[in-house]
Design a protein around this ligand. Structure first.
Ligand SMILES: *[C@@H]1O[C@H](CO)[C@@H](O)[C@H](O)[C@H]1NC(C)=O
Length: 825
């Protein structure tokens, strides 16, 4: 289990890590007939990229490729002869006199050529490797006249500035698609392809072989229909252009991160960032699709909602084509009209508006950018087989016209303004109400994948096979764990989380014996246990359960089962039996952070490098919750007691009992009941009950100061003043004495600039106004970079009295909700 998770998560990281034997070279401009032998390389002008021959780990095949020069893991971003490797080390490459890049084997046979199609006047062409990673053949006296460029021929990687493009004038579309590798060690063309499909209205499709398996909705002026819109993304701009001359999508970086998008050999499209400090690629965004993103799951006129059980419903005015199949969870037959349309009598048909949908497949749609919505409706009425229409562009009030004919395929619900008008018989419109829940909500527990907004040209994904111990029926990715004992908790959609039956749990924990107990809290008790296969686990048994408790437990379980990150504690299984509700987690040898850092003797267990690593890990875990997981999660109770440590002292965030889920950019919530832990909660939350990702940032700041100082914020005292830990840290910072905050046990191991930087970042996190606090993404960048940091403003809850009085007057601290694992302290 554990292995499969690690494999899944780190898969694409390791995919492109290739061991290259030689890294060295010079030169960025090559003239015709200069020959380069295997081993010689060309370096781009700013030394970012390098071109030369390489092999993958498992094979002796030699490929001409481009990789990052400055990055320790040689990561290939482009290759020339992916399907025609050279089998020995005697390959050569050169720019021919007619302007083609050619690869020759030792016996001088040509194995690959760029086969430029653009005609050129003279033989005076040059080959240059640009710092963007683009390998360009152009005319020597006019670099603007490009004869051929590698950006027009992507492999499995998209780099910033690359365009996936179709030229409508020449009809040449060299970069309409990009393909995965066959396997992590075999760069030859794999089975997955992402393609810019220009039939109907352009959209990006993911294919496995010839079969469409996923679809990125058409561009709606703000973003891709179906993905949450991320208008203020600080990292990059995505672009999608359709005009008379060309169709393309591309993205440009706005910051200095090193970024690439890859289509992995198992079909996932991922945005990766290079982290210099830890020397690794992290997954910044992943089209880690939920089941609704499987193309056409609900068939024609079906609509998918990851929140519903079953996920497929028919559009209004439609009913299942085959109720029998529908009942056994085969939705692919889709839906049919309750009442046929009466074409000819235009008034017999009506249009029903549906809001918050990823619009249907546009491969057979028709569009006009200048038509109004009224004209669009008229145009639809005029055609008997027109089934729906919509605005093409939903920005600035809506404009343009998009019209669908015949079947409407691949519709899903998501939280945005996209809407379509579907044509149904007037009789089916009567009596139907617009579902009030369809309106935009601030807090929703929908699907979604906030950082998917980042993926600009994204699409395909692998069909993931899942295992479930109690499987009623295997419907592709949809699986149902059924607890026959308790009919109120049935048919759950629990992803990979196995159901473990009660007698096994009893066996594992020695019938919940007292000697196995490792924690106790309001929610129940935590026991150490050993499963049949020898795995050590922490078993959390929830007590006092009502029907409502079961519902909450179920919701909790569903959201947690979808979270997977190495810095989050891993749920291994669950058990529901009568009133027993039990969660089974991986067991953490080193318990929680607060049992170490606040303990005089144990605190020496963690030296500075380990603590810096822990700060990092926590930041990553929170970033994942905020940004990379499919649902945006605000933890709301980050504290040292909720950070568990594994054998290698890697931090794992636990206890999502208070977590709230959000979608897209509406990530501000309000609650009457302030829960959380005193000492860690932000002022706007404590006082006004307003929480957002920035309240987690606040708690993170407190946590960092505690990790550095070894002192608890809420119990801090000092002989000279009555400030709390935040106030004390601020005082020292103002006097340029930040380093004095450090715990005495760290004196020997500390790296001064890292300590100072951590404190500085922490102070930025605990600033009074939420808007002044950085996002977790910036926090992570600030921790790893060397650049100057902005000066922090005075922290919130500067003094002890201030925080105590506000908390007491404005909130109640009762902590009702189901909490996970270790108790709150
Ligand atoms: C689009 O609609 C406008 C306004 O109705 C019309 O003038 C124009 O010819 C249409 N363009 C196309 C390509 O059909």
């Amino acid at each position: 289990m554990r292995n499969s998770i690690i494999a899944q998560y780190l898969f694409s990281l390791s995919l492109l890590i290739l061991l290259l034997s030689e890294c060295g070279g010079a030169l960025d401009t090559v003239y015709a007939n200069q020959v380069f032998k295997d081993g010689e390389t060309i370096v781009s002008s700013g030394s970012t990229f390098e071109l030369g021959f390489f092999s993958t780990r498992m094979s002796k095949n030699r490929y001409l490729g481009i990789w990052y020069k400055k990055i320790s893991l040689c990561t290939v971003v482009w290759l020339a002869n992916r399907d025609t490797p050279i089998t020995h080390n005697s390959g050569m490459f050169k720019l021919s006199s007619d302007g083609n890049l050619e690869i020759l084997s030792g016996s001088n046979t040509m194995v690959w050529s760029s086969e430029s199609t653009v005609s050129r006047g003279s033989n005076s062409s040059v080959l240059r490797l640009l710092d963007s990673g683009n390998l360009v053949v152009s005319e020597m006296d006019n670099y603007k006249n490009i004869i051929w460029q590698s950006f027009d021929h992507p492999g499995d990687t998209l780099l910033p500035g690359m365009k996936i493009r179709k030229d409508l004038i020449t009809g040449i579309g060299p970069t309409m698609e990009w393909n995965s590798w066959k396997s992590p060690d075999d760069p030859s063309t794999g089975v997955y392809t992402n393609i810019l499909d220009t039939n109907g209205y352009p959209q990006i499709l993911g294919l496995r072989g010839q079969v469409v398996i996923s679809r990125l909705g058409p561009w709606n002026g703000l973003g891709y229909s179906g993905l949450p819109i991320d208008k203020e993304n600080p990292i990059y701009n995505a672009e999608f252009v359709v005009n008379e001359r060309e169709i393309y999508c591309s993205y440009e970086l706005k910051s200095s991160v090193v970024q690439r998008i890859i289509l992995t050999s198992d079909g996932r499209t991922r945005m990766m960032h290079w982290i210099e400090r830890s020397q690794e690629w992290i997954v910044y965004g992943d089209l880690k699709v939920d089941n609704c993103d499987r193309f056409g799951l609900c068939g024609p006129y079906g609509s998918c909602s990851i929140n519903k059980r079953p996920p497929c419903t028919c559009l209004p005015g439609f009913e299942p084509t085959s109720p029998e199949e529908w009942d056994v969870s085969d939705w692919s037959g889709g839906c049919k009209r309750k009442t046929p349309l009466t074409c000819g009598d235009v008034n017999a048909d009506r249009f029903r508006k549906i809001t918050g949908v990823k619009v249907p497949d546009t491969r057979r749609a028709w569009y006009n950018v200048s038509m109004t919505l009224e004209e669009c409706e008229m145009a639809c009425r005029m055609k008997c087989n027109c089934t729906a229409y919509a605005n093409l562009d939903i920005s600035s009030g809506g404009s343009g016209c998009l019209i669908w004919f015949d079947e409407l395929m691949d519709i899903r619900e998501y939280d945005a303004d996209d809407h379509i008008y579907i044509r149904i018989a007037a009789s089916d419109l009567a009596g139907q109400q617009i579902d009030p829940n369809k309106k935009k909500r601030v807090v929703t527990s929908v699907l979604s994948f906030s950082s998917a907004a980042l993926l600009l040209c994204a699409g395909a994904y692998a069909y993931r096979k899942r295992k479930n111990t109690l499987q009623v029926k295997d419907q592709g990715d949809f699986e149902y764990a059924l607890d026959k004992k308790n009919t109120s908790v049935q048919t759950q959609l629990l992803g990979d989380i196995p159901f473990i039956c009660l007698y096994k749990v009893i066996k594992a924990t020695n019938n919940f014996s007292v000697s196995n107990k490792i924690g106790e809290g309001g929610f129940g008790s935590v026991y150490k246990g050993v499963l049949e296969d020898g795995q050590e686990v922490a078993v959390k048994r929830l007590s006092g359960t009502s029907q409502q408790g079961i519902e909450e437990f179920r919701n909790e379980l569903i959201s947690i089962s979808k979270l997977q990150h190495r810095n989050l504690v891993k749920l291994l299984g669950y058990c529901i039996h009568g009133n027993e509700m039990i969660l089974i987690y991986e067991y953490m040898v080193n318990k929680c952070l607060d049992s170490i850092i606040f303990d005089e003797t144990r605190s020496s267990m963690l030296d500075w490098p380990q603590r810096f690593g822990i700060i990092h890990g926590i930041a990553r875990g929170i970033l994942y919750l905020h940004q990379d997981s499919r649902v945006q999660i605000i933890h709301r109770d980050l504290k040292a007691g909720n950070i568990l440590l594994d054998d290698d002292m890697n931090p794992k965030i636990s206890d999502f009992g208070l977590a709230r889920k959000f979608v897209g950019h509406d990530s501000i919530g309000k609650t009457k009941k302030v829960v959380g832990t005193y000492g860690y909660i932000s002022p706007e939350y404590a006082v006004h009950g307003r929480f957002s990702i920035k309240s987690d940032v606040f708690s993170f700041g407190v946590l960092v100061l505690e990790i550095v100082s070894g002192k608890k914020n809420k119990e801090f005292s000092h002989v000279d003043h009555s400030d709390n830990l935040l106030g004390h840290a601020w005082r020292l910072y103002k006097q340029g004495r930040s380093i004095e905050l450090i715990n005495t046990s760290l004196h020997a191991s500390c790296v001064v600039h890292e300590v100072i930087r951590s404190i500085h970042v922490a102070l930025l996190c605990v600033q009074h106004h939420a808007k002044d606090r950085p996002t977790m993404f910036s926090v992570l960048l600030m921790l790893v970079s060397e650049s100057d940091l902005p000066p922090p403003k005075q922290p919130a809850f500067f003094t002890e009295e201030e925080s105590t009085s506000k908390l007491e007057s404005d909130s109640s601290l009762d902590e009702y909700t189901i909490t996970l694992l270790y108790p709150r302290s």
